[in-house]
Design a protein around this ligand. Structure first.
Ligand code: DX5
Ligand code: ZN
Length: 236
């Protein structure tokens, strides 16, 4: 079943607890938290203290997306702050295997993220270690950017690899997920849908999360119905 992960990057930071509660009422099933250091990406956001505060105001898993250099140095701090899922960029890790082991060692669910220009095939050897793969469908750093269409091919390729390798990691997509793109993203095979601007951008996170999730579920229902239809036509 597809899930919506509201990204607080586009939330009103002066009312973060209320914004997170609203996104949760709207059907968000984990809160996506973007950690940026001004080096790996050209923007600076938040660190472990804010994650610790978020931990106190929601029971939902905190899906922390590290867009930082030297991520290994901060993994323990995010575990202590209460992060549940922690993802690191393929491009930021000199020793990706070690980073994923460190995340596991600290009791979090490890994820690996790929930038738009990074091929998912490069991940083959470490796929058995991850809980989720996050496909960036924009260049990371800012909310509200336009979805890069070839990301759909990467999602499809990852679905194929997961089947070939008989694995069960989850496929997450992040960047430009909105009403005009969500059906295609679901159709391609992504299950964890991160959305920032489309949830928080208009200042109505509960309403907008609900509508976006409904659109994703409709797209999913159409896929299931078409599979059932295809099955029936084979029988006749
Ligand atoms: C971008 C972040 C995203 C961002 C997505 O670097 O990783 O999580 O919040 O924002 P939208 O949904 O507005 O593209
Ligand atoms: Zn993100």
């Amino acid at each position: 079943m597809v899930e919506l992960l509201p990204s607080i990057l586009s939330a009103d930071f002066a009312h973060l607890a209320d914004q997170v509660a609203a996104a949760e009422r709207g059907g968000g099933s984990a809160i996506h938290v973007d950690i940026m250091d001004g080096h790996f990406v050209p923007n600076i956001t938040i660190g472990p203290p804010v994650v610790a505060s978020l931990r106190k105001c929601t029971p939902l898993p905190l899906d922390c997306h590290l867009m930082i250099e030297n991520p290994n140095e901060y993994i323990a701090a995010f575990a202590d702050a209460g992060a549940n899922w922690l993802s690191v960029h393929y491009e930021a890790c000199t020793h990706l295997h070690r980073s994923l082991e460190l995340i596991l060692h600290h009791g979090m669910k490890p994820g690996v993220v790929v930038n738009p220009a990074t091929r998912v095939d490069l991940l083959i050897d470490i796929l058995p270690m991850v809980h989720h793969v996050l496909i960036m469908s924009v260049n990371p750093g800012f909310g509200g950017q336009e979805f890069i269409p070839f990301s759909l091919n990467k999602i499809r390729r990852l679905v194929e690899l997961r089947g070939d390798l008989e694995l069960d990691f989850r496929i997450e997509v992040d960047g430009g997920v909105a009403h005009d793109t969500i059906a295609a993203v679901v159709q391609a095979g992504a299950e964890l849908l991160v959305a920032g601007n489309a949830v928080f951008g208009e200042g109505h996170p509960e309403r907008d999360a609900r509508a976006l999730l409904a659109a994703a579920r409709e797209a999913e229902d159409r896929i299931i119905a078409s599979r059932v239809g295809a099955g029936k036509s084979k029988i006749h």
